[in-house]
Design a protein around this ligand. Structure first.
Ligand code: SAH
Ligand code: SF4
Length: 372
């Protein structure tokens, strides 16, 4: 039997090309794209304006398959988190954060991450594999369905998911092609029609991939800075040894030439006694003079054996004040969804039992235990 093609793996151009191999016209591909993504349709039989013969063919040769949720938790603050099974005992997470005038979905790009930032629980799990384009866009497809945001579930003109951030598990720019395909679906008017300003890729700073993203699909960019000098950043974000600050900041400036926003968001995790001193803030002021930017200070989210602690609220305020006095916009991220472990860097952390690594050294997720 031939493995069916997962239509969530395609952007519009990809689906048009696949339809062409079956002798089907481009408008048919766009029609199916709208059914899948705008209506959240999972069944070809429901695509009523698609010719019956094509529907029968799709039933035979294709599927619309998103990762399956194995846990669905809602925080007291309304943050909703899904643990999603992506097969092979791997799970990733997606988080929906409702706010007054927007709803943000945070999605994952890889199972695990190879970059091993010292304060990140995803990094501590090691790298398992890249998610397919269908598994990436499937998180948005699924969240829309589960939030009732499809088939008339949304009030007129109001989107339940208005923003998407690639700040879940994994380094999006290390899974470049699949991430770009998923980004194109997010932006496409036949699918989600999100504006480039409302889709954010967060990267630890893979310089050549930042340049490629600027060329092929410039969306809003967040860069995980976390340290104001190479000596410290080499330790916290090891990819800095390959692409040090000078190269990173130059790439940020090149990116801004094509970016939909006129600033880069610098993410900065606040680690007690490590990168949170006045002197660090003053070094950041010098960096901010080189690149148009805003800072997002993220109170460290602890996890077992991390070896780090969160900076105190007073320290974070003082740090933020130094930046503000130099005319730099710095917001401190609210810790949302703490009670369901949905905060940054905690995603899927707790379900991994590191004593149960496979022969290849990969952590395994006891999915059955998760269901309890
Ligand atoms: N790999 C990408 C995106 C995923 S992580 C990146 O590194 O940018 C999203 C953000 O959460 C990054 O800024 C990351 O550094 C931060 N983060 C990771 N672990 C964290 C933790 N324990 N506490 C707070 N923020 C963390
Ligand atoms: Fe990977 Fe980002 Fe975590 Fe670093 S912070 S290990 S790049 S997911």
């Amino acid at each position: 039997m031939v493995t069916p093609v997962n239509l969530l793996d395609f952007d519009v151009d990809g689906l048009v090309a696949w339809f062409a191999t079956m002798g089907e016209k481009p408008f048919r591909a766009r029609q199916v794209m709208r059914w899948m993504h705008r209506e959240g349709c999972a069944e070809f039989s429901q695509m009523t304006d698609v010719a019956k013969s094509l529907r029968a063919r799709l039933e035979r040769d294709a599927v619309i398959a998103a990762p399956q949720p194995v846990r669905d938790s809602v925080s007291v603050d309304g943050t909703r988190k899904w643990l999603l099974d992506v097969g092979g005992r791997n799970a990733v997470e997606a988080v929906f954060i409702p706010e007054t005038r927007r709803g943000t979905l945070c999605i994952s790009s890889q199972a695990g991450c190879a970059l091993d930032c010292s304060f990140c629980s995803t990094g501590k799990q090691g790298f398992n594999r890249n998610l397919s384009a269908g598994e990436i866009i499937g998180q948005l497809w699924l969240a829309n369905r589960l939030l009732g945001a499809v088939s008339g579930g949304e009030a007129a003109g109001e989107r339940i998911i208005s923003n998407v951030v690639m700040m879940g598990m994994g380094e999006p720019l290390a899974n470049f092609d699949n991430v770009v395909t998923a980004l194109r679906v997010m932006l496409d008017d036949h699918a989600y029609g999100l504006s480039r300003r409302r889709v954010t890729v967060s990267t630890s700073g893979i310089v050549p991939a930042m340049d490629r993203l600027r060329e092929v699909c410039p969306v809003a960019l967040a860069v995980s800075l976390h340290a104001p000098n190479d000596a410290l950043r080499d330790k916290l974000v090891p990819i800095n040894q390959k692409y040090p600050l000078k190269a990173l900041l130059a790439a940020c400036n090149r990116y801004l030439e094509a970016a939909p926003r006129d600033f880069i968001t610098f993410e900065y995790v606040m680690l007690d006694g490590v990168n949170d001193q006045d002197s660090h803030a003053r070094e950041l002021v010098a960096i901010a003079r080189e690149v148009s930017c805003k800072f997002n200070l993220i109170p460290f989210n602890p996890f077992p054996n991390s070896g780090y602690q969160r900076s105190s609220p007073e320290r974070i305020r003082r740090f933020s004040t130094i930046l503000a006095e130099a005319g730099i916009v710095a917001t401190t991220r609210k810790t949302r969804g703490d009670d369901v472990d949905a905060a940054c860097g905690q995603l899927a952390g707790q379900v991994l039992d590191k004593t149960r690594r496979t022969a290849a050294g990969r952590p395994v997720i006891p999915v059955s235990e998760e269901r309890r």
